[in-house]
Every structure is written in structure tokens, then in C-alpha cells.
Design a protein around this ligand. Structure first.
Ligand code: A2P
Length: 342
């Protein structure tokens, strides 16, 4: 069986990675459509090494032609077109935050909660939408899930160091251009970020909410609860750093069962998709540069936190465009195929 696929936002950072991931993982594809805004017709995107695809505007696209529609063109595009695609019979895998917290939309990280997929889709009134979590949430729950099964996590404190690619291609260009201009002493231009991102860090991702948290921080809290367990308390502080690809997180957990570092390492090392690199020496840990282009969620600096009764601290790094977005989306499609949903 082969499938017809549409990638919405195909000219963007995640859209291009989705095309690459579909190709690399040999998803059984019959035909791929690359969709973007009305600015993009005439442009082409690559699918693998040999094929280039003409980009089409989403406005007139007939979604009855496809089995799967991968959306990564922002919340407003998903809000408008994902329901149209779903009602046309395509299974929508949406990378935006538009549907993630809706009761009848499954929010899936396949290694963590694959069992949530089928049940939710049955009750969703033909919406046919599956949500892909926020990039920082995806890597976090990959590490938390085995620890929660073993130790029952009560509280998570997480500080993020997020790459600019999480804000899209224009954000990557902004870091590149500002960095170049610093060296030749040219005036810097800002459009995506509110403060200079080159040689700086910005403690602000997405909009501010009334309680002082940002929407990114609230997404991490709410999505972690939805995927893992409503009873886990989560507090996040999200920071943008001048890194092109790869999100890092300092994670502090407090558990109900007594902490045992060796057991924690054992359960993490047995977890599919999680890789421990932790030698407690120079270069014995992972940085985002090494995780970029890789599929794994990497953990380093694992240690017991004795400031709380049953605590653990670790460093968690992943490629935000892959496990944080494109790879997870393609894994969801593979799961749907394996579960006979498509
Ligand atoms: P376009 O290149 O035509 O603007 P990124 O996340 O890297 O910024 O990419 C955003 C993606 O979403 C791009 O592919 C962009 O296409 C697409 N996009 C943005 N606005 C729309 C829209 N109104 N309709 C369809 N696609 C859109």
C-alpha cells in the first residue's frame, strides 16, 4: 500500500525537514504535494536527492486527493485548513498548537503514548486531526516517561535553551544576518525577535500571558500533563539562545518513590529513542551542535538532587526540527499505518 501526501508549509524550516524525513524513512509514498502560501508558486522544494516538487498554493488545493496532510505553517493556517483537510478524508498531522489541547484531538509522541491514538480518533466526529506536540515538550516527555513509570514524578522544573529554528526560517536568517553584521560593525536589524538574538539570550518565547508566564511555558506544562499524567506539576522557563538547531533543557524532577540513580540510568538507557552520553569529564556530555541532524533525545549530566526527598537532575538535548517536529510527525503517520487507521 502506498499513500498520497501533502506537506503544508513545505518551504519552511519544519516543512523541508518533513519532506526529508519522509524520504529518509522510506514512508510508502505514491505522490507528494508541497503546499505553501500564495507567495510561493514558482518555487520548488527537494524530495530526496533527485526529485524536486513544484510548490502549490494551499488556497485551491483539493485535500480529497491525499491520505495524509502534514501541517507546519503556523496556527492560523492550521485553524483554517486542517479541518477542511480532515473532513476531506485526509489524516491531518498538525505541528501547530491550534488543536493540541482539544479533548478529542490526540496529542502523540509515539514512544510515549501510542495507545492514545486510535481511541481519540474514533470519538472526534470525523475531524481526523492528530496533534504533534511543541518541540520542547516532545523531547521532555521522552525522558520523563520512563522515569514516571519507575518513580512516579510529582513535579518537574524545566529551563529551556531553544534554538532559533523553532521560530522558523526567517528567525534563522535573522541570527545569521545579525551575527555577520556584528563583525563588520553594521547596524543590526530585528524583525522576528524583540531583542537582538546574536551574542545574546532572550527569556521570552511566544506571547506573554496575564500571570507572567509565556505561552511557550504554558504549552510545555499543559502538553506534558496531557501526554503523560494530569497529576504531574510542571513549571517551565523558556529562553531563546543563538543556536541554529537543537533545543537543550535543564530538567529537575521530584518523585514519589525513592530515587535510585543507577535504576534511573537503566530505565532511561532501555528507552527507545533516548540515548545517554554522560561521562562526567571534558566532552563527556552532549551539546545541541552534536544533536542537530540526529533523531535521538540525548541525556547528559544525570545526577541525584539531594535538595528534595527524591530528586533527579539532567540535561536533555534534541534536534527540534526532527524529534521536536518532523520526525515525530512522520512517526505518527507510521503509527497510523501500523494501527490500520490509514
Ligand atoms: P511561504 O514560504 O509561502 O511563506 P517557517 O516556519 O520556516 O517560517 O515556515 C512557514 C511555512 O508556512 C512556509 O512554508 C510558509 O510558506 C508557510 N505559510 C505561511 N503562511 C501561509 C499561508 N497563509 N498559507 C499557506 N502557507 C503559509
Amino acid at each position: 500500500m502506498t499513500y498520497k501526501i501533502a506537506v503544508v508549509g513545505a518551504t519552511g524550516a519544519v516543512g523541508r525537514e518533513m519532506l526529508q524525513t519522509l524520504y529518509e524513512r522510506k514512508f510508502p509514498i505514491d505522490k507528494v504535494y508541497a503546499l505553501a502560501s500564495s507567495k510561493s508558486p514558482g518555487r520548488q522544494v527537494s524530495f530526496g536527492d533527485e526529485l524536486t516538487i513544484d510548490v502549490e498554493p494551499i488556497e485551491k488545493f483539493d485535500f480529497t486527493k491525499v491520505d495524509f496532510a502534514f501541517f507546519s505553517a503556523g496556527g492560523s493556517v492550521s485553524e483554517k485548513y486542517a479541518p477542511i483537510a480532515g473532513k476531506s478524508g485526509a489524516l491531518v498531522i498538525d505541528n501547530s498548537s491550534a488543536f493540541r489541547m482539544k479533548d478529542n484531538v490526540p496529542l502523540i509522541v509515539p514512544e510515549v503514548n501510542h495507545y492514545d491514538l486510535k481511541g481519540c480518533l474514533v470519538d472526534n466526529g470525523g475531524m481526523n486531526i492528530i496533534a504533534n506536540p511543541n518541540c520542547s515538550t516532545a523531547q521532555l516527555v521522552m525522558a520523563l516517561s520512563p522515569l514516571h513509570r519507575e518513580f512516579i514524578i510529582k513535579r518537574v522544573v524545566v529551563a529551556t535553551y531553544q534554538a532559533v529554528s523553532g521560530a522558523g526560517k526567517e528567525a534563522m536568517d535573522e541570527l545569521f544576518n545579525q551575527t555577520k553584521k556584528v563583525y563588520v560593525n553594521d547596524p543590526l536589524e530585528k524583525s522576528v525577535f524583540t531583542k537582538e538574538i546574536s551574542f545574546n539570550v532572550i527569556p521570552h518565547i511566544d506571547v506573554f500571558l496575564d500571570d507572567g508566564f509565556t505561552k511557550e511555558e504554558v504549552k510545555m506544562r499543559d502538553e506534558t500533563k496531557k501526554i503523560l499524567d494530569e497529576n504531574i506539576d510542571v513549571v517551565a522557563h523558556c529562553v531563546r539562545v543563538p543556536v541554529f538547531v537543537g533545543h537543550s533543557e535543564a530538567v529537575f524532577i521530584e518523585c514519589e518513590n525513592p530515587m535510585d540513580e543507577e535504576l534511573a540510568r537503566d530505565v532511561l538507557s532501555e528507552t527507545e529513542g533516548v540515548i545517554i552520553i554522560d561521562h562526567r569529564a571534558d566532552e563527556g556530555y552532549i551539546t545541541p551542535k552534536e544533536a542537530a541532524g540526529e533523531d535521538g533525545v540525548y541525556l547528559s549530566r544525570i545526577r541525584v538532587d539531594e535538595s528534595v526527598p527524591s530528586g533527579l537532575v539532567f540535561w536533555c538535548v534534541a534536534d527540534n526540527l526532527r524529534k521536536g517536529a518532523a520526525l515525530n510527525a512522520v512517526q505518527i503517520a507510521e503509527l497510523a499505518v501500523n494501527q490500520g487507521i490509514r
